[in-house]
Write a protein that binds this ligand. Structure first.
Ligand code: CO
Length: 214
């Protein structure tokens, strides 16, 4: 366990090292940002977004929450998506989950009476489980069931992105961004792609917006 002051000292060391390598680095950072990628990941401390893909400051716009969810009424996540898509015009949106996710594991258990708020957040994942219950229940161990739900939840969240007005409007206007679902393996540090959806993909009619009357 690190002392809190260690983090501040590490920060000083890091800033010094970066400046030594590129004296104009922080000056460039103050000007603007033009990341190509929006990352929607799990809050889990073991999946540090920039580190696992070798990204530098300025390269990724990031939103993280428990179990990497895209909820249609979550203005926090939607604000991030709107800014990333409409203003920064990111080319890609990645939903990244990870195997052995504590949030997904909790969603497959009884509700915890001491975590009343968290229960509500995990309710959406319980719904993903119910959509795929037969496939998940057929697996022989709880670890396998958790990891299957991890994958299905990532795919579900990518579909949820495609149902958002922000994404559909941007697809119509700019043919962008492409949506991706990735899963991270804690045991080897590797990412795998599970799904990608391009602009122009067929969205189920119940999630399409009615075109404006001419
Ligand atoms: Co997690």
């Amino acid at each position: 366990m690190q002392d809190i002051d260690t983090f501040l000292q590490n920060n000083k060391d890091w800033a010094q090292k970066v400046t030594a390598q590129d004296p104009t680095f922080f000056e460039k950072m103050t000007k603007t940002q033009s990341p190509e990628l929006l990352w929607i990941g799990c809050s889990d401390s073991r999946v540090p977004a920039e580190i696992v893909v070798g990204a530098q400051p300025g390269e990724m716009f990031i939103h993280r929450n428990i179990a990497n969810q895209v909820i249609a009424t979550d203005f926090n996540c939607l604000s991030v998506i709107q800014y990333a898509v409409n203003v920064l015009q990111v080319k890609h949106v990645v939903v990244c989950g990870h195997y052995n996710c504590g949030g997904v594991r909790a969603a497959l258990s009884k509700q915890n009476s001491s975590l009343l708020i968290t229960n509500k957040w995990l309710m959406h994942i319980k719904n993903v489980y119910r959509l795929h219950q037969a496939e998940i229940d057929a697996l022989p161990t709880q670890d396998l069931r958790v990891n299957k739900l991890v994958e299905l939840n990532i795919i579900e969240q990518v579909h949820a992105l495609s149902h958002a007005s922000i994404i559909q409007e941007s697809w119509t206007k700019h043919n962008s961004p492409t949506l991706h679902g990735w899963v991270y393996n804690l045991s080897d540090g590797l990412l795998n792609s599970l799904i990608s959806i391009n602009s122009g993909a067929e969205i189920h009619p119940i999630y399409q917006y009615i075109a404006d009357e001419a």
